[in-house]
Design a protein around this ligand. Structure first.
Ligand code: GDP
Length: 199
């Protein structure tokens, strides 16, 4: 279903959860610390150069951004986090909103957590993992920028992260590189499953 993700179209961006589109259909969220490579991953997955903004300024994106795939399926780019310059109050509000979102958003059916393979499982990644565990929402981890490591090092990191999370059946992990377009099929397969697309 690779071609399906090319349909992604920007619908709206909102500074808070109040501005979300109607809660129906299927939604998969993308989360990741600032600079992890989330925007690049969204662009790679949707095969579009500029759908999500790739920024060299960490933490610039503080909006939730919604993309329609079809009339009932959406991708959501969550604000980047873990950036020191974000005021504590903003972080606290974001935390509260995320609690609410994960617990109440009916259309939320899966999450993709983007981690820079060189800095996996940072505190905020663990927070995202906890939300997924608490709500049983499947979470797929992209260890991205895998091109920055040797094949061996990348595999070792993959095994280490898998080991750390092995008790959680609904968490899956893969290597990914937007630069080399590595791991695209696996990422699409996860999304196909979440969106209940018949392949
Ligand atoms: P975001 O803040 O998580 O959305 O991260 P971006 O997608 O804006 O990427 C941050 C930086 O990492 C940019 O300079 C990207 O070009 C770079 N980057 C993203 N993905 C990859 C990748 O797979 N490989 C390499 N080598 N660089 C990447």
């Amino acid at each position: 279903m690779d071609n399906f993700y090319r349909n992604a179209k920007f619908i709206l961006s909102s500074p808070d959860f109040k501005g979300c589109p109607t809660d129906s259909g299927y939604e998969v969220v993308f989360a990741g610390r600032s600079n992890a490579g989330k925007s690049s991953a969204i662009n790679t997955i949707t095969n579009q150069k500029k759908l999500a903004k790739v920024s060299k300024t960490p933490g610039r994106t503080q909006h939730l951004v919604f993309f329609d795939l079809d009339e009932k399926r959406r991708l959501v780019d969550l604000p980047g986090y873990g950036y020191a310059k974000v005021p504590l109050k903003v972080k606290e509000k974001w935390h509260k909103d995320m609690d609410y979102f994960f617990l109440n958003r009916q259309s939320l059916c899966g999450g993709i957590l983007v981690m820079d393979i060189r800095h996996p499982l940072q505190p905020f990644d663990k927070q995202m993992i906890e939300w997924s565990i608490a709500t049983n929402i499947p979470l797929h981890i992209l260890l991205t920028k895998s091109d920055k490591l040797s094949r061996n090092q990348a595999k070792q990191t993959l095994f280490a992260v898998e080991k750390e999370l092995k008790e959680y059946e609904f968490i899956s992990i893969q290597l990914f590189s937007s630069l080399k377009k590595e791991g695209l099929e696996e990422a699409h397969n996860f999304l196909d499953k979440m969106f209940e697309l018949n392949i």
